[in-house]
Design a protein around this ligand. Sequence first.
Ligand code: OGA
Ligand code: NI
Length: 336
Amino acid sequence: MENHTKEELQDPTMQVSSLNCIDLANDDLHRSVVSLKQACLDCGFFYVINHGINEEFMDDVFDQSKKFFALPLEEKMKVLRNEKHRGYTPVLDEILDPENQVNGDHKEGYYIGIEVPKDDPDYDKPFYGPNPWPDSDVLPRWRETMEKYHQEALRVSKDIGRLLALALDLDANYFDTWEMLGKPIATMRLLHYEGVSDPSKGIYACGAHTDYGMMTLLATDGVMGLQICKDKNAKPQKWEYVPAIKGAYIVNLGDMLERWSNGFFKSTLHRVLGNGQERYSIPFFVEPNHECLVECLPTCKSESNVPKYPAIKCSTYLTQRYKETHAELSIYNQEI
Ligand code: OGA
Ligand code: NI
């Protein structure tokens, strides 16, 4: 929390959320599962500590991310997002809350997924493919750093997945199969926010949304900005800041897990407000395999609690959600 200004911390109107903290190194598995379950039922947001990713490495990933965004726009446009949803997304490319936003999000980003080469039988699937990479002469070691981070974050996701399975009364390995997290769609996204948000004018660093997948592991540089709204139907809505804890992930559940759990586990509305400071974050979005049928889990239904959501294939669901929130790629053709 070292980056918070005195004014922020003294502002009595600034609501701060307190979240459960899951320690992955804790031997008391039962206690971790109880605490996790409570967080999932309450708001689907929690901290994860002792995940095994070392802090110096994390700092290195953030340094490399900053180096990329500091490049001239022309250089960044060379790795513009492709139809597989990999690569650079310019400022305003995405609009997460069209009803309340005048323009798109005031952030730029870079999507990196699992490297799927051309000769892989899954290559034709929409979210699998090779990543575009910035020129290694321009950014040496960049690709290696990002690929290593992707692997490590995926390992942590699988560890959390086991606790989630237990919290859902499933076998601990339930999400470890090929169609779940064995060959998942797992996308990390470097983000860079700038500017001051003004909700009264519809200007947001990142508009209010829920995440689409199973869960998201968020790392930030400590600059305040993320807010959650536990009750989206409250009028007026109450937004609470989620402070960063050095070395901890902020993890939140996404809509697929809400569907899987029949609405039992929450995918909570969140957004980012800019305060004029530059802010860097790296969400790691965990979605199951393309082919995975997201349907009510066996432990979440009964005669009196029938499935609320129809079953849907992961890639169909994700394609739809990306389409709703990202600009058509063709708009960039005239600009470069
Ligand atoms: C997101 C998101 C929060 C942040 O990208 O889905 O909620 O702090 N990001 O960047
Ligand atoms: Ni999000």
